[in-house]
Design a protein around this ligand. Structure first.
Ligand code: SF4
Length: 162
């Protein structure tokens, strides 16, 4: 059993979390590693806004609720621009709070990949984070700009019910 916490970028604090929770359920993206394990999401919150004043508080709280690993949402990498503090936050949570951090939640959708490729705004030290989330099949699956995205999602959800 893995108890997971998810911290998102506060710029997207109205996000419904659909892609992250879909990825947990489907064991896609950064959750692929838990394919043979049970997973419980014990918390979901934001960094609190730049420069991330809620990181310490929320990570400590998640630790109290038994979190094994905290995932930073893919939106931290996919924002415009990507969050500049990812490595600082990760280092702080791992060294000062004592909880492991993984970068990413849902796969990086094709439309996000193309947009950032055009802008060329991905820092070179983030490349390995992107590469871990950029499986081409999953990128297509999570691209909600596709005309058939909602239909495919609906079928997936119906299949799970049956
Ligand atoms: S860019 Fe980073 S520090 Fe700013 S709101 Fe997003 S996650 Fe928080």
């Amino acid at each position: 059993m893995q108890r997971i916490g998810i911290i998102i970028c506060d710029r997207y604090n109205t996000c419904n979390g659909g892609k992250c929770f879909r990825a947990v359920r489907e064991r896609d993206g950064a959750f692929k590693k838990y394919v043979d394990e049970e997973v419980e999401v014990i918390g979901y919150s934001t960094c609190g806004g730049c420069p991330g004043g809620n990181i310490e508080y929320v990570a400590s709280g998640m630790k109290n609720y038994g979190v094994d690993v905290i995932h930073f949402a893919t939106g931290m990498l996919a924002g415009y621009p990507p969050c500049p503090n990812i490595d600082v936050f990760k280092n702080h949570i791992e060294k000062n709070i004592g909880v492991k951090v993984e970068i990413g939640t849902h796969p990086m959708p094709t439309n996000y990949l193309l947009n950032h490729k055009n802008i060329q705004d991905i820092p070179s030290n983030y490349k390995h984070y992107w590469d871990n989330l950029a499986d081409p099949d999953e990128a297509k699956k999570y691209d909600s700009s596709r005309a058939d995205y909602n239909e495919e999602l609906k079928m997936e959800l119906e299949k799970q019910k049956s």
